[in-house]
Design a protein around this ligand. Sequence first.
Ligand code: IVH
Length: 671
Amino acid sequence: MNFDEVYIQVKSLRDQIEVWDHAYYVLDDPLVSDAHYDRVFQQLRDLEQQHPHLVTKESPTQKVGGKAVDALLSVRHSVPMLSLDNIFSETQWFDFDRKLSDRLQNGQNQQTYVCEPKLDGLAMSLRYEHGVLVRAATRGDGTEGEDVTHTVRTVRNIPLRLRGVFPEWIEVRGEILMPLAAFARINEEAWLRGERQFANPRNAAAGSVRQLDPTVAARRGLKFFAYAVAEASTSLPRTHEQTLEWLADLGFARASWVKRVVGADEVAQHFAALAKARAQLPYEIDGMVVKLDDRIGQDILGYVARAPRWAIAWKFPAQEVQTRLIGIDWQVGRTGALTPVAHLEPVQVGGVTVRHATLHNLAEMQRLDVRPGDQVVLYRAGDVIPKIDRVLVEQRTGEVPAVVLPLTCPVCGAHVQRPEGEAVARCSGGLFCPAQRMEALLHFVSRKAMAIDGLGEKLIQQLFEKGLVHQPADLYRLNRDGLRQLERMGDKLASQLLLSIAQSKATTLPRLLLALGIRTVGESTAQALATHFRDLSALMHASLDDLLRVPDIGPVTAEYVAGFFAEDHNREIIEDLLRCGIHWTPVQDAVGWTGGSVVLTGTLEHMSRQQARDLLLRLGAKVSSSVSAKTFAVIAGHDPGSKRTEAERLGIPIWDEAQFLAFLAEKGLQP
Ligand code: IVH
């Protein structure tokens, strides 16, 4: 193909894909099969890759997200983004309608309105020039918002190019929201990664739009619904309904439950119907917006303060219900945290049956002072998980004792720990507790712990499911036949995995201590414990006082360590590991550098940084990351950084790699 032919081909593929995208994302009415779509999309992608100069920002391939921005810049809105006044009852609605009619004096005894759902997301202003999306901004304070073009471009149902006949420029207003299904998925993923969950879909949508990296936003399943035109180079339609039709023609999605109605009664009926339908909608709404349909009427009525006199937000009542608390269950999370969960008599809130409500943590439970048998008030305000708002203490009958933290884990029976000053109580059964074993095992095999390559979450999940692994030592009992039961596990992969499991048996004491996953015991604490106690059994028998004598170990860590080794299950797990052949070279202090530490800097040629560390640890050295007066020596490879300069300044011995190798050889070690 010559240049012109490629250009025409690229353009026609884009046009084709835009038509399909519009049908799929805006009209919810796919025109072609996914497979066919994927093929054509790949064709476009290939061509763009071969001819990068043809890539434009408007190409459908760019919806996956482009470059990240450094910061969100502020944008001044040419037409301010206003807000709406709220009403909460039918009486208020009829008042509004009467006042509006009085002001208008248009000789009609019934006004024509457009009712729309009040979408619970965030307001957006989209500017198109020559049909191309050039800027997207948040509402901000109404006068100035933030430029979020980079993330908004990735929203699937927002056209990057307008369809049909479009004005030279236009500013479209609408709401970006996160559908409930996407919200549930994103929170599930966050939970699996041990990250914070979003409180409600609105926060999730706002958080996604305000990301600096558009590829993150692209995966969040956001949607946009247009509800107004702020200004355009051509004159605007005569009614609001026609404006909505125009927006649809230009390629924008329109929310469901939008209806033109005549008279206040019909508005009230529509409100009741929408309130009923609310629970079935795929996204959150928090009321209904009623707008006068006639634009001339709108102009006559004008604005008061920051809200139009021709529109109103009729909010749904807060979704509050009362029910009885049956009891409190304790849920154990992946990191062992115990969360109190209210077990409730089933009740309907906003169309969903609720049986449980989160109490967040012990402190929240104590603040509410909920007791079994209590009448409680629940609410669901945009949040998917209902919350207990308050306890109706006056309705309490008889004396029921307050709920206390259980002494043992409801899942595995290990002791529950809550060191003083800590907000969260945790199960001490880390490696043993079924609720925590996924996290524990991932940590066990991680690079800085036992360093078993190739064992990720998916494989570990399967090992659990097939009953091949229950606790860490089971890894060392795996054989080829067992591994072959797993999906996509060929001979080659199985051999590699078995080899890396076998290799991990030769380890160091700090690595093993780290692998055990004792709370607050990270790399440097593990190192300090190993250097101080030198052997595992001394550490296992150490008292709290013994532990407090270890440099850099505070009371919380001491309590976690002592608690860990006091647990029978944990001791059995360690014994089992030793039986499976886990071993390490005893920590020696042949060199006499107790107290001082060794610092590594620059690149070593004959070993990795990690290997050098392990060798030093085996010799009883403490490896530290910064140079201080306490540093025993600095080992400097190629391109050493400021650490070398610092060592020179402090007059600390500096060894090059050759000196280090000679030193190791003297101690009978080599990389
Ligand atoms: S019209 C001049 N229509 O509600 C009126 N707003 O309280 C401009 N909202 O900031 C807004 N759904 O974020 C309009 N169908 C709808 C809406 C809607 C949700 C939000 C919007 C606005 C806020 C005002």
